[in-house]
Design a protein. Structure first.
Length: 131
C-alpha cells in the first residue's frame, strides 16, 4: 500500500478517538498520529468536552463506553457549535445488523467491527475526511 505524505505546510486534520480500552486507544493514536492531529478521550462525556475545545474533523467512536455510549455521543457531537457536519466512524465490537443500523441512524459515515484491519480503518478515515 502506498500512502501520500501530507503537505508539511498544510494544517493536519484533527481526529477525536473515543475509546475506553487503553491498549486499543494507544494503538489507534499511534496509527493515526502519523498523518493527523489525534486527541483521545476515554468516555463519551470526555469526548464531548474535548470535541468542544479542539473541533475535530472526524470522530472515531467506540460504542460501548462508560457514561454516554457511542450512539448518544455521536448525536450530541453534531449539536456542538461548529460540529454539525463532523465525520463519524464507529469502531466497535457490536457488529450485529441492528447495531450497524443504529450506528448509521446516529450519524456514522462508516461502521467498522473489531477486530479490524488497519488498512481498512485508514481507508475509511481518509474517505470520511474526503481525502
Amino acid at each position: 500500500m502506498t500512502t501520500s505524505k501530507p503537505d508539511p505546510h498544510q494544517e493536519k486534520k484533527r481526529i477525536l478517538v473515543a475509546e475506553d480500552d487503553p491498549a486499543i486507544a494507544a494503538m489507534l493514536v499511534k496509527i493515526l498520529d502519523v498523518r493527523y492531529e489525534v486527541h483521545h478521550a476515554d468516555s463519551g462525556t470526555a469526548a464531548l468536552a474535548l470535541a468542544d475545545r479542539v473541533k475535530p474533523h472526524l470522530a472515531l467512536l467506540d460504542v460501548m463506553m462508560p457514561g454516554l455510549d457511542g450512539y448518544a455521543t455521536a448525536q450530541r457531537l453534531r449539536l456542538l457549535p461548529g460540529l454539525k457536519s463532523i465525520a463519524i466512524v464507529f469502531l466497535t465490537a457490536k457488529s450485529g445488523p441492528m447495531d450497524v443500523v443504529k450506528g448509521i441512524q446516529s450519524g456514522a459515515r462508516f461502521y467498522l467491527a473489531k477486530p479490524f484491519k488497519i488498512d481498512e480503518l485508514l481507508a475509511k478515515v481518509k474517505k470520511a475526511l474526503g481525502e
